[in-house]
Design a protein around this ligand. Sequence first.
Ligand code: C5P
Length: 219
Amino acid sequence: KHRKTLEGKTVLITAGPTYEAIDPVRFIGNHSSGKMGFALAAEASKRGAKVILISGPTSQKIEDSNIEIHKVTSAKEMFDEVFKYYEKVDIAIASAAVADYAPKEAAKEKIKKVENSLTIELIKNPDILKTMGERKAKQFLVGFALETENEDENAKSKLVKKNLDMIVLNSLRDEGAGFRNDTNKIKILTKNKNSEFPLKSKNEVAKDILNFMESQILK
Ligand code: C5P
């Protein structure tokens, strides 16, 4: 029944959080559930695409012969996995909440309690999406932005800086949007268009995102 609008296309999707090890038992992470990325993967597959889903640690599950799932833990692992496939894909959607920083070195043994304050030095992680933008050839590139202030301007400047074709903006200010929720409220920006959508389930949001993307690709 589904129209196979993405037949013949390969879509790479990053999803979920990344975990950055502090020591063998601790990490720096975030509240991303992976739901948005997995919903996008399922919807792209329904539309006939071959999907390469590269996901950080999540409890999401998906069984679909058109979806190849690659599990990673840290941002560096996600980076390496993405660039094994990036060159060959037609569309890349970066919905992962990648940690911006990682401990300079993960301690080999569990860090012992110390008095009062403990300092962990953090080093910037590679920006996976920005690197995809730099290496862009034929790929249609979609990024996400989660902003708490000056949403539109910040998203627009990411669109340009990361060389994206489109960016999906969700604001933490909107009730029911963003992390862990089953719903999301988005705005989509391109260089010369911007569309706002009402609060919907993440499965419905995935349809809006792919519909908008198809209208940009096929235009
Ligand atoms: O710059 P910022 O992290 O807000 O940009 C968010 C977008 O960039 C998301 O699409 C996210 O998946 C991607 N990103 C990435 N690698 C990073 C940081 C963000 O791919 N290290």
